[in-house]
Every structure is written in C-alpha cells, then in structure tokens.
Design a protein around this ligand. Structure first.
Ligand SMILES: NC(=O)c1ccc[n+]([C@@H]2O[C@H](COP(=O)([O-])OP(=O)(O)OC[C@H]3O[C@@H](n4cnc5c(N)ncnc54)[C@H](O)[C@@H]3O)[C@@H](O)[C@H]2O)c1
Length: 276
C-alpha cells in the first residue's frame, strides 16, 4: 500500500515485538518508509535475520536494529529499556505485536485446540506472550513515554476480538462433525483482552500525551490450505484474505499525528468479516 506521507515519522524511534514473524517486518517497512528508525525484538533469531533482510530489500537505507528479547521476562525488558535510556535513544512508538498465533495447518493430532483436551501449557503460553508480554512492554516502554509526555502504543489485536472464530472454516465439509483443528480459546481471549488493555492504558496515560490504540486485522493470506482460503473468503464481504502489506498504511496512521485525536480505540480492518 504505502499511500502515506513519507515524512510522517521523521526522527521517531519505534520498537516492534514479535518482529521476526510474518507481519512484524511489514509494520517495520511501513515505519521506516515514513522516516522512523525501528528495533525489532523477538525470541526467534532466524526470524529476526529474515526480517532485517526483507526490510533492507525494500529500503536499503532503513535504520533497522534487531534484538533477541523475551517479552515475558520483565527483568530482561527492563534491562533493555535501561540501555536505551542510558544512550538517550528511548522509543516514541511501541507496537505490541508478538503473540502465539498458531498456523491452523500446523495444528492437529493431540494439539487440536478442542476445549475438552486443551493443553494448559498452551493456554498459559498464549496468555503469557500475547497479554502479559504486551503488559510488560507497555509498562516498561510506556512509562518512559509518559515521563517524556509523548508516545504511541499500538496493540495488534485481531478481528477475533469482536467475533467468534466460526470453527467450521477449518472443516473440509464446513460442518462441526469433522473439524480436526480448532482455533484455540487462548487466542480469542488474548485478542479481546488487548482491547480492554488499550482502553485502560489510553485513560491512564491520556493526560501524559501517550496515545494507545488497537489494530484488529483479519486473516492474512500466507499459502493456507485451499479449502480454508475458500471458506474464509466466502465469509468475508470483500471475498478474499488480506495481502501482507495491507496493514502498512494503518500502522503509519496510528503511529503518526494523522491520528493525533484518537486514543483508546479499535481500528477493525477485516475485509468486512465481522459485520455479517
Ligand atoms: N497473520 C494473521 O493473519 C493475523 C491476523 C490477525 C491478527 N494477527 C496478529 O498479528 C500479530 C502478528 O502475527 P503474525 O502472523 O506475524 O504472527 P507470527 O507467529 O508470524 O509472529 C509472532 C512472533 O512473535 C514471536 N514471539 C513469540 N513469543 C515471544 C516472546 N516471548 N518474546 C518475543 N517474541 C515472541 C514469535 O517468535 C514470532 O516471530 C499477532 O499479534 C497476531 O495475533 C495476525
């Protein structure tokens, strides 16, 4: 996409959690194309390397740094933030993007996502990364923003914050009888809770000029199984999945002064899936 003002984020510093995954690099491309410098953090070293290469391919002068960081580890996040403070390189923009986002083609067998055999370790991990991790990063980086009286936090939620999953899309016959993998409960819970966290923090830090909003993307096409692609497309008003780059303009909108009078809100971009 990239229809935004190329100077909208000149001189801004941004941090993106889960930056080594599928969407993180595209959030980064958007921010660097709008003039920001970006730090990607993740626990996946290979993912971070891939992400950096991808971003530099689009913009070879991109100011991009990577850091292995487990966002569920408060001490580690605090230490990393202290380094930024020491060098006076504090972040102006935080994107809470990391989540346990199981690819539905990879689930199956014992790890079916069925409520009846939903693995508690899986549940705890989903909550820990998607929610506790977002809280830790908001607390550590957001507090510094509040001190400086400026900042933006964007929580990456999902259309599953405003609708139920409709598990029939994971069935070849679109019936409840032969679903092998269910979108897990933890995912819906985390994404919905992020909306509450968005409102809470927007109220908490509004008077400190820290804006907090959520982006609710719909499913991104990433070579999913054919029948899943068809089933979801049928249920989406625009008749298709999102392309990987279709959230880039929204990221710049939410991160920049284009949304200066917006906080505590949820921007739903799901091709119209949640309105039917
Ligand atoms: N891909 C989609 O179709 C889609 C749709 C709607 C919403 N979303 C949301 O967008 C965000 C990004 O999705 P994605 O598809 O890129 O997911 P992804 O699984 O590709 O990336 C998530 C990244 O988070 C990292 N991560 C996991 N635990 C971590 C930890 N403890 N500390 C730091 N990093 C950690 C993973 O290593 C991974 O690189 C997620 O919040 C997801 O829920 C994605």
């Amino acid at each position: 996409m990239r229809n935004f003002n190329k100077n909208a984020l000149n001189g801004k510093r941004a941090i993106i959690t889960g930056g080594g995954g599928l969407l993180g690099p595209h959030h980064a491309i958007a921010l660097v194309e709008a003039g920001a410098s970006v730090t990607l953090v993740d626990i996946n070293e290979k993912g971070l390397k891939r992400a950096k290469t991808k971003i530099l391919k689009v913009n070879d002068s991109a100011k991009i740094a990577t850091q292995i960081l487990d966002i569920t580890n408060l001490n580690a996040v605090e230490k990393f933030e202290a380094l930024q403070t020491k060098h006076d390189t504090n972040f102006d923009i935080l994107i809470n993007n990391a989540a346990v986002n199981p690819k539905m083609s990879e689930i199956g067998g014992q790890n079916s996502g069925r409520i009846e055999d939903y693995n508690l370790n899986q549940w705890n991990n989903e909550i820990n990364v998607g929610l506790t991790g977002a809280f830790i990063c908001s607390r550590v980086f957001g507090s510094r923003m509040a001190e400086k009286n400026k900042g933006v936090i964007i929580n990456i939620s999902s259309d599953l914050a405003v609708r139920a999953p409709d598990q029939r899309v994971y069935s070849p016959s679109e019936s409840f009888d032969d679903i092998k993998s269910y979108k897990p409960l933890g995912y819906s819970v985390v994404k919905t809770a992020l909306i509450g966290m968005t409102r809470y923090l927007a109220e908490y830090w509004g008077h400190k000029n820290v804006r907090v909003n959520a982006l609710l993307p719909g499913g991104v096409f990433n070579k999913q199984p054919e029948e899943l692609v068809r089933n979801v497309s049928k249920r989406t008003l625009l008749g298709r999945w999102a392309n990987l780059n279709e959230y880039e303009d929204a990221i710049v909108f939410l991160a920049s002064d284009s949304s200066a009078y917006m906080t505590g809100q949820s921007l739903i971009m799901d091709g119209g899936r949640s309105v039917v």
